[in-house]
Ligand binder design. Structure first.
Ligand code: ZN
Length: 300
């Protein structure tokens, strides 16, 4: 009888990148990357996905590839659960994160665990970063750098491997548009401009395939600049872009509501309704339209 080795959870894809990169990708529950840099002094693991099970697989595969015997350094691009739930597999190693990532995990980690329990891969024990930085942390001999790039979240940080010219921007870059969670659009724009200056050869976002041209970065920068200035051209968006823009309009409305800025709140709910018009009338969109119309009415 032939026994085929199959992944415990979902098929894990494996690929080599540049001279020292190992890329692990899962397509379920959504496209997610974990990236490993086999540098002279350390092995760097960028993000740990949804739990210990897939990260044990990563460890086993690295062993088979001969990536052994060096000190492991884990890096979390940000404290969204799908980027750090597998940290426990590297307990005892250095786990690097922005100082505000630790704060987020301490205040929101348990709640996130309850809310998203269905996505856990293995029994997750929250294991926050134990080496924190504010602006930048450089492993000079390895030519690997971690730097704060607020955007998608306030703690969002990036990794740059200057030997291979590989940039890991976490969820600051996403196709077609990233998720806006905060009113930090000026900072977000600056972070993306910093990426442009780096001129990376390869960009590997948290949830998209590796990018070898700068198109996604340019598109995301145009988009964030547009949102920041309040000039987003809905007529120029295709259906996929409209679907990605929709949650951002609602989120922005909610953020302005928290700031008691009624005019901007109404403006963004109004934009959400225009996006829904362009998206057509699926049952889901009809419900959304009713919900937003109610919220608008309550605003007076
Ligand atoms: Zn993510």
């Amino acid at each position: 009888m032939l026994i085929r080795f199959t992944s415990l959870w979902e098929h894990m894809e494996y690929d080599r990148v540049g001279s020292r990169g190992h890329l692990f990708t899962w397509m379920k529950p959504y496209h997610t990357n974990v990236y490993v840099i086999d540098a002279p002094k350390h092995v760097f693991i960028v993000d740990t996905f949804l739990g210990p099970a897939p990260m044990e697989e990563v460890k086993a595969r690295l062993n088979r590839e001969g990536v052994v015997g060096k000190t492991i350094v884990v890096f979390n691009t940000h404290a969204d659960y799908d980027h750090y739930w597998g940290n426990q597999v590297f307990e005892g190693s250095l786990i690097v994160g922005h100082e505000s990532a630790l704060r987020r995990i301490r205040t929101q980690g348990e709640e996130g665990l309850k809310e998203n329990r269905g996505q856990m891969m293995g029994e997750v024990h929250l294991t926050p970063p134990n080496l924190l930085f504010r602006k930048k942390l450089t492993f000079a001999e390895d030519h690997v750098e971690f730097f704060h790039t607020p955007g998608h979240t306030g703690d969002s940080s990036s990794c740059y491997d200057s030997v291979d010219g590989v940039l890991l921007p976490g969820d600051n870059l996403e196709a077609p548009y990233p998720y806006v969670n905060l009113l930090n659009l000026k900072e977000y724009t600056q972070s993306l401009e910093e990426y442009v200056k780096l001129g990376a050869k390869t960009i590997i976002p948290g949830h998209d395939p590796p990018q070898s041209d700068g198109n996604l970065l340019r598109q995301n920068l145009d988009y964030i600049r547009g949102v920041a200035s309040g000039h987003v051209d809905l007529a120029a968006m295709n259906q996929r872009e409209l679907r990605a823009h929709y949650p951002n309009t609602v989120r922005l409305a909610e953020l302005y509501l928290e700031k008691a800025d009624n005019n901007k709140t109404k403006a963004y709910y109004g934009e959400a309704l225009r996006v829904l018009d362009l998206l057509g009338s699926s049952p889901e969109n009809v419900d959304r339209r009713t919900e937003i119309a109610t919220r608008l009415k309550n605003l007076g």
